[in-house]
Every structure is written in C-alpha cells, then in structure tokens.
Design a binder for this molecule. Structure first.
Ligand code: SF4
Length: 312
C-alpha cells in the first residue's frame, strides 16, 4: 500500500481541482517579515526557506520565469501556482500587494496563487483582495500550535486567538485555507499535539495542513540554546513515531501537503544531521501506519461516530 492510499496528498488534491499536475513556484514579495525585523521566531533562519531563484532583487516576472525554466528542465510541467512562501507574504501596503499578486496570477501558465503568512497579518482588506481574483487563491497560516505556552516558547509574537480570527476571516471570504503546524515544540507531549490536530480537524475552515518537525538551525536563538545544552533536537525516528499517531486524528478530507520540514537536507545549517532522506522517512512512516492499521481520519472518524451515536 502506497502512502498516498493512507493520506490525502497535495498532488491528489491538485489533480482533482485542476484536472492536471500542478507545480508550485516559490516567489518572494521582497518584503522582510516584520516579526523577523523585530527579533523573529526562536527557530527562524531565513536561509532555510528561500528558493535559489527567489530574490527580492528580481521582479515577480523574472522570479516566475526562472522558476518555470528550472521546473521544465526536470519535468513536463506546464501549469503552475505562484507560491509566495518566504517571510510573511501579506506584509506590505495593500496597493503593493495588489500589484504584485495580480502580476503573478496573470503570468502565462500560472493557474492560481498561494500566500503564506502569519495569523496577525490576515486582515479583512487582504481577504477581500484575495477573494477578488478569478483564479483559485489559497492562504497558508503559520498557526504552529493551539497552545499559547508553546507559541510563547518559540516567540511567535501571536497567540491562538489570532489564528482563530484569521481562519474565520478566510472562511468568510471563501479563501481556501491551510495551516502550518510544528510538532515537537519543547514542553509539548503527544496528547498536546493530538489536541492541536483535533482542533484543526474540528475547524471546517481548514482544508490543508503542513506538518513540520522542529529543526534546530545554527545562527538561530534556538541554536544558541542547543549549544548551551538547553534545547534538544528531536531524533527523526521519534518524530516519525509521533506523526504515525497524529495522522489518524487528521480529518479525512484535509490535504496533508507536508510531513517534514522542508530544506532539512542539502544544507549544513541543522545542528544535528538526520540519518536518511525524505524518501526513506516517508517509507518508514508508511510502514508504521500499516503496522498499526492506521490511516488518515481513522481515529477522528471513530470519535465523531461515538459523539453522534454514543457508540461505535
Ligand atoms: S514569522 Fe516566519 S519569517 Fe517571520 S520570524 Fe517567524 S519563522 Fe521567521
């Protein structure tokens, strides 16, 4: 059994929505994350989330041209989503964002937009703008956890209430919404992580999740804590075990578009090397799910049936 038979994947969802394979091209608005300018999240290292062809010095058209050129070298890609993925992509003046998003969505071959941002940068005017485009637009919100103590530990600078309000606004404007979640924040145990996943599953405004392991990078304040012995890098095996326990709690129709922090490989910024590679980790996860008889939604569905009928 393939992993794609056990979870709802991004490529399955894109095929259903667009009727063809869609590739995401990472692009940048060129605006620095305001929270980073103010000190930033404990774990943040901007070198780890920027594509090679993304640059604040290039026009949006140049970034897309380069991204498409690279993708076409390795595949038969012909349809794309412009993915504003680095920093906080909704920070900036509304007229600037309107200009840059409009130019991206109208670039040849672009079928839609994805905007990645923080919950405290999701405002009514932004949602109105995103809702006005005549192609699919989705938003990704850095939620991370429902636990305010965890958000404080990683110094996110927002709380869970900000996330609730941001998701509600997106729902009001009919914008497809995904959330980024960090699993393994120090202080959180498995039941705390399950609480976050169950909250997400209960929220019908959420259609997609990206799961991340908390990777400690050099040059971050979390990296400094690690050097002093005050933070520990979770081994990849432990994270895979946690993932296998979380996936059954994810509502069946939610798209799981990431399981591991991107860019762990191919850089020497992580304080600890993680044995293996993403293909091997996915396979380990697949085997673990099969061994436990788990699949996405299995436990969540069971809970709903118990709630509705008082029995299974
Ligand atoms: S919100 Fe994102 S870009 Fe900004 S400091 Fe946090 S991790 Fe870095």
């Amino acid at each position: 059994m393939q992993l794609s038979e056990l979870i709802t994947t991004y490529s399955q969802a894109m095929l259903k929505l667009y009727g063809e394979k869609i590739f995401r091209i990472g692009v940048s608005t060129g605006i620095m994350c305001p929270h980073r300018a103010a000190g930033g999240c404990l774990f943040c290292n901007p070198e780890t989330f920027r594509g090679a062809y993304q640059s604040e010095n290039l026009s949006i058209e140049k970034q897309l041209e380069k991204g498409i050129e690279i993708l076409k070298q390795n595949s038969k890609a012909k349809s794309f989503i412009a993915y504003f993925q680095d920093e906080t992509s909704s920070a900036g003046q509304l007229n600037y964002l309107q200009d840059i998003f409009s130019r991206a969505i109208n670039y040849p071959g672009i079928r839609g937009l994805t905007i990645s941002t923080r919950p405290d940068y999701v405002k009514e005017e932004l949602c109105e703008l995103l809702g006005s485009f005549n192609k699919p637009v989705s938003i990704e919100i850095g939620m991370q956890s429902i636990h305010d103590s965890s958000l404080q530990y990683i110094e996110r600078g927002h709380n869970h209430q900000n996330t609730i309000e941001a998701i509600e606004l997106c729902r009001k404007w009919g914008i497809n919404t995904g959330v980024h979640l960090i699993m393994g924040i120090p202080g959180e145990k498995l039941p705390d992580m399950i609480d976050t996943i169950r909250w997400v599953s209960d929220n019908k405004g959420i259609q997609e999740i990206k799961l991340h392991n908390l990777v400690i990078y050099k040059g971050t304040r979390l990296g400094d804590l690690w050097e002093k012995g005050e933070a520990k890098q979770m081994p990849i095996e432990e994270y895979i075990e946690i993932l296998s326990e979380l996936i059954p709690w994810v509502r069946e129709d939610i798209v799981i578009s990431r399981l591991f922090t991107s860019n762990i490989l191919h850089n020497d910024l992580a304080v600890d090397s993680m044995p293996g590679n993403k293909t091997k980790w996915m396979n380990q996860l697949r085997l673990e799910l099969i061994r436990k008889g788990y699949r996405q939604g299995k436990k969540y569905l069971r809970e709903i049936i118990i709630d509705d009928f008082g029995r299974i």
